[in-house]
Design a protein around this ligand. Structure first.
Ligand code: GTP
Ligand code: ZN
Length: 207
């Protein structure tokens, strides 16, 4: 997707502003903060900020379902959990645009096909690099893996530190939000869920 294509999200179509309009918006925020966008040190800042936005929010141009299309069938006899744990993610809260920094743990129980393990981390990133609410991101990751791979079960746990809570507002440091989404066998089978939880360890000790 190029920079000026419309972003299609569900039923809404968002027409992207031009580069010049985006840079003007950054100048407005610089003035809102109380500084002068025309002073030398800030002259290139609008261009840099729009470039940084391209990186921070690159998930809008990515299709997580597409990432899970390539699967492998040469795994005869493997019917148990596959877990990718401690996947660092960087996301942005949709209320304040402040970073949410954390770790994701993603497990699934394949049926006859497995996916390349890096793809689970790519799916996490594709949803993280958007404006997010942690609960929504957790469900999106679980639902995408569930709907695309149709495995016996999917488990997703996210632990995140919300910088909108640590650098402003309530100013609470070292607080982690933990969210989970269980599908299929992880939802219905308590032993399976317990095995997943014991494999990922105590979430709050690891950020
Ligand atoms: N449930 C949930 N809340 C979030 C997430 N990210 C940020 N928040 C919260 O969203 C809420 C927004 O509350 P508001 O009262 O509208 O905004 P605010 O006045 O900036 O609130 P304070 O952060 O308390 O100063 C805050 O309580 C944030 O902590 C998230 O991923 N999930
Ligand atoms: Zn926030």
């Amino acid at each position: 997707m190029t920079k000026h294509e419309p972003v299609i999200k569900e039923d809404d179509v968002v027409i992207r502003p031009t580069q010049a309009e985006a840079e003007d918006a950054v100048r407005t925020l610089l003035r809102w903060a109380g500084d002068d966008p025309n002073r030398e040190g800030l002259l290139d800042t609008p261009r840099r900020v729009t470039k940084a936005y391209g990186e921070w929010f690159q998930g809008y141009g990515q299709d997580p379902e597409e990432m899970l299309q390539r699967t492998f069938s040469e795994v005869e006899g493997y019917q148990d959990m596959v877990l990718l744990k401690d996947i660092r993610f960087e996301s942005y809260c949709e209320h304040h645009l402040a970073p949410i920094i954390g770790r994701a743990h993603v497990a699934y129980i394949p049926t006859d096909r497995v996916v390349g393990i890096s793809k689970l981390a790519r799916v996490v990133d594709a949803f993280a690099k958007r404006m997010q609410v942690q609960e929504k991101m957790t469900a999106q990751i679980a639902n995408t893996i569930n709907d695309t791979l149709k495995p016996r079960g999917v488990a997703v746990v996210l632990e995140g530190e919300h910088h909108c809570m640590s650098t402003r507002g309530v100013h609470k440091h070292g607080v982690n939000m933990v969210t989970s989404a269980m599908r299929g066998a992880f939802d219905s089978d308590r032993d399976m869920r317990r095995e997943f939880m014991s494999l990922i360890g105590n979430p709050t000790n690891k950020l």
